[in-house]
Design a protein around this ligand. Structure first.
Ligand code: SF4
Ligand code: SF4
Length: 127
């Protein structure tokens, strides 16, 4: 748990807000938006997001996005599991445009190669 300069607790974790393949996270407009007229307050998004993006307003029984920069770029899990489809995201064009950037493509290729043993679907050769 972190505390801001006023001493209030907050959940922003640097591991969630670090650069996305070389692009500063705060330059990427990817985060959920809740339509409160459609939200029935089931709490599924609040309890299932592993990045503490949401809080729950117990008085109004609504999900509230409080740490939008914690949201994993490209993830839409909460939207998929919301029973009333109250959660929306920007167009996936945002992700496609990012992946068109040469520096992003190179960063992903570099990571794939660096983690080849871990992520390869091919069997590890035996001696
Ligand atoms: S999953 Fe959907 S309906 Fe349930 S609290 Fe979240 S936004 Fe509201
Ligand atoms: S898209 Fe994924 S990371 Fe972002 S708020 Fe929903 S569940 Fe959390």
């Amino acid at each position: 748990m972190n505390r801001c300069s006023l001493g209030n607790r907050y959940h922003r974790e640097t591991r969630f807000t670090r650069d996305w393949h070389g692009v500063p996270r705060n330059e990427i407009s990817w985060s959920p938006k809740v339509d409160e007229d459609v939200c029935i307050g089931c709490g599924t998004c609040v309890t299932s997001c592993g990045r503490s993006v949401y809080k729950f307003d117990f008085t109004r029984k609504k999900a509230v996005v409080t740490e939008r920069m914690n949201c994993k770029v490209g993830c839409m899990t909460c939207s998929t599991s919301c029973p009333t489809k109250a959660i929306s995201f920007p167009s996936r064009r945002v992700i496609l445009d990012l992946k068109d950037r040469p520096e992003v493509r190179h960063a992903i290729e570099d990571e794939l190669l660096a983690r080849r043993e871990e992520v390869s679907s091919e069997p590890t050769p035996t001696c």
